[in-house]
Design a binder for this molecule. Sequence first.
Ligand SMILES: Cc1cc2nc3c(=O)[nH]c(=O)nc-3n(C[C@H](O)[C@H](O)[C@H](O)COP(=O)(O)OP(=O)(O)OC[C@H]3O[C@@H](n4cnc5c(N)ncnc54)[C@H](O)[C@@H]3O)c2cc1C
Length: 278
Amino acid sequence: MTERPALPYGFFDVHVLRTERIGTALIRVTFGGDRLGDLVTDGRDQRFKLFLPQPGQETPLLPEPLDEGWYARWRAQDPSTRAVMRTYTFRALRRLPDGTTELDVDFVQHGDATHSGPASAWSRTARPGDRAAILAPVVTDNGGADYRPPAGTDWTLITADESALPAVAGILAWLPAGMPARVWIEIPHPDDIQPLPTAADADITWLIRDTDPTLTDAVSTATLPPGTPYAWIAGEAGTVRALRRHLVNDRGIDRKAITFTGYWRKGKTEEQLLDELA
Ligand SMILES: Cc1cc2nc3c(=O)[nH]c(=O)nc-3n(C[C@H](O)[C@H](O)[C@H](O)COP(=O)(O)OP(=O)(O)OC[C@H]3O[C@@H](n4cnc5c(N)ncnc54)[C@H](O)[C@@H]3O)c2cc1C
């Protein structure tokens, strides 16, 4: 029997192999790295932590060694030199015939050249060879995937904005054949629509922001299938809260059958959100 690692994730040095604009909203960064073959995921909305260098640094300053104290150590580091830490989703993990592994991550392009977040801005200028690090899973059961339909689920309801589109892609790819899925995805532009392969019986509605109804309006006026649902809602925190309230209060969905995650919050950086939790 192989021994289970002490922590279900590890630090990995990564470098940019290539980038690709895949729509108005998203840039796909493909990462490589010597040890990426050790990454393990069971798919779905598999999240990980991305560590980026500060301006002027070539590599991010990590809170090593990796043990239970890594997060406290990162918080205690000087914010001007510690790595920028952000949460992202595995869009794809590919084992290549030559034995190497590639990781795709889709970055939302928010803000503009002067006002953006460091992670979004980094992806915009990322070039092959640029270095970063990730804290990412090394076992399947790593606690980093939240899409967990309870036994007895008849159908699934999914809502997302572009930040949670990579997670929706992973969930749809994972769903069993024939599982009914009602999916609403809000995106800035029609060119952000992408193929989402699935064996599920998925009915996907793409909503163009500022043109189509909002996510909340679209979901609250929809006729939902009969049976027991499991809902997964992610995106901007305020929208996520409103949708959850609607599903619990107006649709009578069991709150235990709803997984909801604010992927970002208007006007707050991820550090500010972490400070609120501390
Ligand atoms: C589990 C999980 C998985 C995630 N997966 C992904 C993913 O695969 N791809 C992805 O792009 N994001 C993903 N996110 C969201 C991402 O972590 C945040 O958007 C993060 O704030 C981006 O960091 P930043 O440095 O660009 O912006 P920050 O420095 O954190 O924020 C700067 C400003 O930008 C605003 N902002 C942040 N994100 C957005 C956005 N998406 N749209 C508009 N304004 C924004 C903030 O409100 C703030 O005012 C995920 C979040 C979670 C919790």
